[in-house]
Design a protein around this ligand. Structure first.
Ligand SMILES: NC(=O)c1ccc[n+]([C@@H]2O[C@H](COP(=O)([O-])OP(=O)(O)OC[C@H]3O[C@@H](n4cnc5c(N)ncnc54)[C@H](O)[C@@H]3O)[C@@H](O)[C@H]2O)c1
Length: 145
């Protein structure tokens, strides 16, 4: 029986994540790479690596893109809505005042949240529980989670 491949969204096509994305694709996953840089997305979609210093990456990327196992997008929310697994590695730098700059991770998280919202399933279940007789506040009642 043929199973459809696991879809993985990788957010931030950095020198760390692009080789990881290729590894996922080489091992049977369908990979959607997400980046805010349209040049990075366009190059990836044509099978060209924007990272030169990683041995073997350029050839391997071309191969998985041509096989249809890896593609790239500017639309992180849409990629996440299709994915079973999300990997996010974006820069968290230190600014001129020596404070942590969370802008990239905040933006990535917001986009990931938008993607999850589309498939979020809210479950409500009712459970009965009993507490000790000494605590009159909660004798026996329904709890929602
Ligand atoms: N490079 C290293 O050797 C190394 C080692 C350990 C840890 N890290 C950490 O890994 C992270 C990435 O580092 P790097 O040097 O590989 O980065 P990089 O600068 O090579 O690439 C970052 C990529 O993330 C993209 N990006 C930024 N914000 C985004 C967002 N909101 N959504 C989607 N894509 C976004 C950028 O366009 C860029 O393509 C950093 O936090 C860094 O500290 C890097």
């Amino acid at each position: 029986m043929n199973q459809s491949p696991l879809t993985v969204a990788v957010v931030g096509l950095s020198k760390i994540v692009l080789p990881l994305a290729v590894q996922f694709a080489q091992h049977g996953c369908r990979v959607i790479g997400c980046d805010i840089n349209s040049q990075v997305v366009d190059m990836t979609n044509t099978g060209q690596s924007h990272i030169q210093e990683e041995p073997g990456l350029a050839t391997a990327l071309t191969d998985v893109v041509h096989k249809g196992s890896l593609s790239a997008t500017l639309n992180t929310a849409d990629a996440v809505s299709q994915a079973a697994v999300v990997v996010v590695i974006v820069p968290v730098g230190i600014d001129a005042r020596h404070e942590v700059d969370f802008a990239s991770i905040d933006a990535a998280t917001a986009a990931i949240g938008d993607g999850y919202r589309e498939k979020l399933e809210i479950q409500e279940k009712e459970e009965q529980f009993a507490t000790s007789a000494q605590d009159g506040r909660y004798s026996q009642q329904g709890a929602r989670s």
